[in-house]
Design a protein around this ligand. Structure first.
Ligand SMILES: NC(=O)c1ccc[n+]([C@@H]2O[C@H](COP(=O)([O-])OP(=O)(O)OC[C@H]3O[C@@H](n4cnc5c(N)ncnc54)[C@H](OP(=O)(O)O)[C@@H]3O)[C@@H](O)[C@H]2O)c1
Length: 296
């Protein structure tokens, strides 16, 4: 039985999906969270990684509060670059274990004629994006032969409050909501991402992968689909980003090209509206949502 160590596997949106999916696929799963100790303390990390003796380490820990990162760049850097860098170094010294690390569409910015490919030049415009880019570069530099970086985007799924949950909760309280229509991205289901992550780990995949559901949407289109599927009476007002000022700048276009992943899987990841249906009809219960908020 293959052994996995999932960082963030108890509370994270993706971490919980990984714990569940890997267990279902027959992996023996151990988790590592802040309640176990300080992940930024090297000796602690060395002991835990040596003890876990994992075939694959999945790092779903991150500083994901995009706006907060602007005010705490050093703290964001510690979690988003120093931690993955340390994980890669410890695994290199151990001589065993594949590192599956996660990054973001926010490493890109600016207008673009087509979805971003893995070899397109990144140009982050936020602290979050810059620290995530630094993390992926560190992992691939230290452990290129035993690591992969999965860039994902706009996650929704069970276990932790996400954009879809926030929209549906707002719709239960209000008759109308305003949602940004001029940012385009790749909505992605955390449980689908966890499946692709497991498949990539099982084949010891290396390098960068754009791991997103197929299709693209604006935040407004994603909200509209979620509201339509749950037959809410809420009215949706599309607004430009300029009417929704946020501390961190967001890319106007961060749609990711998932061709490399499609080729690996032998089929295209399903379209996001199909995955959203599964989430809303099989997993989503308003009462079960935690108070924990995931932002990016
Ligand atoms: N969510 C998205 O839309 C999105 C989009 C693009 C990329 N991503 C990437 O996907 C990955 C997973 O994101 P996610 O949405 O699952 O994030 P999430 O739900 O916010 O979970 C983050 C995890 O990191 C843990 N964590 C944060 N700071 C920590 C610290 N100092 N010590 C120990 N643990 C700490 C959190 O623990 P606590 O619960 O204890 O705080 C939580 O388990 C990240 O690499 C993220 O950058 C996410």
């Amino acid at each position: 039985m293959a052994k996995a160590l999932v960082l963030g596997g108890v509370t994270g949106l993706l971490g919980q999906a990984l714990t569940r999916v890997l267990t279902e696929r027959g992996w023996q799963v151990e988790t590592l969270s802040r309640t176990d100790g300080n992940l930024l303390e090297l000796s602690f990390l060395e002991n835990r990684l040596a003890g876990a003796d994992a075939d694959a380490v999945f790092n779903a820990v991150a500083w994901t509060q995009v706006d907060d990162a602007e005010d705490h760049p050093e703290d964001a850097l510690l979690i988003n670059r120093t931690l993955p860098d340390a994980l890669a170094r410890v695994l290199k010294a151990l001589g065993r274990g594949h590192l599956v690390h996660f990054s973001t569409d926010f490493v890109f910015s600016g207008p673009h004629q087509r979805p971003w490919r893995e070899d397109d030049a990144p140009k982050p415009v936020s602290v979050y994006g810059r620290t995530k880019l630094a993390g992926e570069e560190a992992v691939l530099r230290v452990l290129p032969e035993r690591s992969c970086v999965l860039r994902t985007a706009w996650l929704f799924g069970p276990g932790r409050k996400n954009f879809v949950d926030v929209i549906l909760a707002a719709c239960r309280k209000r008759d109308a909501i305003s949602v940004v229509h001029d940012q385009l991205g790749s909505p992605t289901y955390s449980l689908d991402l966890a499946q692709w992550s497991a498949e990539l780990a099982e084949k010891n995949a290396t390098g960068i992968w754009h791991a997103v559901n197929s299709g693209q949407a604006s935040w407004c289109e994603l909200a509209c689909e979620a509201i339509a599927l749950t037959s809410g009476p809420c009215r949706l007002e599309p607004i430009p980003s300029s009417q929704w000022p946020q501390k961190a700048q967001r890319p106007a276009y961060s749609v990711l090209d998932n061709s490399r992943l499609s080729e690996f899987l032998g089929k295209k990841p399903r379209p996001w509206p199909q995955a959203l249906r599964e989430y809303l009809f099989s997993e989503y219960t308003p009462a079960a949502q935690t108070n924990k908020e995931g932002a990016q």
